[in-house]
Every structure is written in C-alpha cells, then in structure tokens.
Design a binder for this molecule. Structure first.
Ligand code: PLP
Length: 347
C-alpha cells in the first residue's frame, strides 16, 4: 500500500476477543460484568437525551465526571484525564511519551494490545517475563524505556503486585510507568494512592468491566496534575461523548450498587475455582473477574473449540516461551453452571 507507513504495513494488528451476535451464547471471553449497570445509568442517559444536549458538543475535559470521581476516589480532579475506554488513555500515553524508534516495555504474558501500540508508533517492544509466581524480577532489567506498561491485576493471570512493590518498581523503571488497573475494582488493593506522590506513575481505569459499561466506552487516567495537563494536549478534544460522560458519572456515584455486584462476582469466582480445580485445571488465584486455567495432562485448545461448539465462549490464549491456557470470565451462577456441565461432558 503506497504511502502507508512501513511499520503499519508490517504489523498484523490487534485481534480483540470474539464478539459473537448469537444471543444464546454464554459469553465468558472478554471479562464483561455479567450483570447490568446501575439503574441510575439508564436514568442519566435518558436525561442526557433531553433538550438540546445531543445537538451540542460535550464538555471536553469531562469536569462533572472528574469532580465526581475525585470525590468518590479521593483524588485531585485535576489529576484525571477522561478517555474513550481506557485503551484510549493507553494510546494517548503512547503518543505523548514514545518517539518513533523509541521503546515500550511490558511484562509477559500480559495484555497483547501494548505490542500493537508500539508497532503503530514505530517503536520497539520489549518484554520482561513474569517470575513463575507472577511477580516481577527482583530488580527490573530494562531501564530507560520511554514507556512501561504493567497491568495490575494482570491479564491473563488475574494476579496483582502490591503497592509497595509498585512504588519500588516505579523507581527502578525510571521513565513513565503505566499501571493498567482495568480490573482493580475487583482486587483487594490498588495503586491509586501512589498517584501524585510517585511522579512517574500513571494509573488507568476502565468502565468496561466493574461498571458493566463495555458498550459505552469510557475510562480514565490519573497522574500527577502537571503530567495530566500535558496529556490533555494529546487527546482528541471530544474523545468522550455526552452519553458516555452521563453514564460514567452516574455509575461512579452509585458505589453501593456496584459493591453488591462485586460481592456476587467474588462469591461466584470462589465457587468456580473449586469446581474448575476438581475438573483438573490448574487455576491461578485471581484478584480479577476472570480465572486463568491451564492443564498439563491434555491440550486446552480443543477444550476451547468444543466449548464454543456447545455455545460457551471462553478465551484461548497462547504466549511465546510460556504456553497456553483458557481465560474464563466470571459469569452469573446460571452461566457458570452451563460452563461446568459442558466441561464435564467434554473432559
Ligand atoms: C479490558 C482491558 C482494557 C481496556 O478497557 P477499555 O476501557 O474497554 O478500553 C485495558 N487493559 C486491560 C488489561 C484490559 O483487560
């Protein structure tokens, strides 16, 4: 393709999880919340459709959301940058920090989008293997990267480093460290309190999982306010629309509703760990709303394929120098029952 940059022509592009249209499918492959969003979200979207709100541009920095999030999470609203999904924030960070020919680093096995971001930017991508128990090496081997991504909890493992370790890592990394906290609302701890104090740390959050709003596309970043001001220059002025801003603001204000969903999801996760272990999977202890399930006695790809034939969709993942496994989202009790009964039939 003449004119298309060489690095773009050479890349294969990120492949997102399958989004099948079949309403009968039990969808446990992309970690959506199995429950609906707060009723207040629907009210807020209705209200946003009244008067001339859709005719006009949205407020570009999402100040109503920033104020609400600041209050709920105890962070400075000026540290918050709104995004069209948290992937948008990851793109903004890449554009802001990484020159062509620069270097992006992330641990592996991990979120595969980071490689695509590097390839689009024309940057080199380097990985650092997680230790066998999903820790990072006692001293981080790659100093001086333009950007380092650390998902916490990590995908596919669901494991999470503690804030003390993250703070130490930020010092070792030196350059900007992005803590991708897409799943952190399900975890026992998070790194948000480090923002501002640890100057090179940026935390990103998603509304696609915990807040049950994957269809809305909303996320945010939190960084030292001086850093957030610079990042604001890189984002599209109107990256978040009137409806997503209304939905996200209503969602973050309804913490009680989501705490209830969280309790249900964690209870189901506990039951899934027991049942999947009984079925012969090695299940990694998870801080997220999914489980990483491996086997040594048989290949798991056919298990994924047979589950799909039986209308249960999970995520098959395979990583170089590591191996493969199934990443299974925590569903409703009925969905999990279907998963387990199909697995019993297959195995
Ligand atoms: C789902 C996910 C995201 C992206 O979330 P969006 O807000 O939907 O863009 C980012 N990072 C990780 C590790 C994820 O699993």
């Amino acid at each position: 393709m003449p004119g298309i940059r060489q690095n773009v022509q050479e890349m294969s592009g990120y492949t997102p999880g399958e989004q099948l249209n079949d309403p009968d499918i039990v969808k446990l492959n992309t970690n959506e919340n199995p429950y609906p969003p707060s009723p207040r979200v629907f009210e807020a979207i209705q209200a946003a459709m009244t008067g001339d709100k859709l005719r006009k541009y949205p407020q570009p920095t999402g100040d109503a959301f920033r104020k609400a999030a600041g209050r709920v999470l105890g962070v400075d609203p000026d540290s918050i940058l709104i995004g069209n999904g948290s992937d948008d924030i990851l793109t903004i960070l890449t554009r802001a920090y990484v020159p062509e020919g620069g270097r992006i680093v992330s641990p592996t096995p991990s979120y595969v989008l980071y490689r695509s971001l590097a390839e689009i930017q024309g940057a080199k991508f380097e990985t650092v293997p997680f230790t066998p128990d999903w820790g990072v090496p006692s001293s981080w081997p790659v100093a001086g990267a333009d950007l380092t991504f650390l998902p916490n909890p990590n995908s596919p493992s669901g494991t999470a480093l503690r804030p003390e370790r993250i703070e130490r890592l930020a010092a070792e990394v030196g350059g900007p460290l992005v803590l991708d906290e897409a799943y952190t609302d399900f975890a026992e701890w998070n790194g948000l309190a480090l923002v501002g104090r640890v100057k090179n740390l940026i935390v990103t959050r998603s509304f696609s999982k915990y807040y049950a709003l994957a269809g809305i596309r909303f996320g945010f970043g939190a960084a030292d306010p001086a850093m957030a001001r610079e990042l604001l220059k890189v984002k599209d002025s109107y990256n978040c629309d009137v409806l997503s801003l209304a939905a996200a603001t209503a969602a973050i204000e309804d913490q009680a509703y989501y705490a209830d969903l969280r309790a249900k999801i964690l209870a189901t996760r506990g039951r899934m760990v027991v049942a999947l272990t009984e079925l012969g999977f090695q299940v990694t202890p998870s801080q997220a709303n999914f489980l990483w399930c491996r086997r040594t006695d048989r290949p798991v790809k056919p298990v994924y394929e047979q589950l799909k034939q039986r209308k249960v969709l999970v995520r098959y993942m395979s990583y170089p120098d590591y191996g493969d496994g199934l990443r299974i989202s925590v569903g409703t009790p009925a969905e999990v029952e279907k998963l387990l009964s199909e697995l019993k039939a297959i195995l």
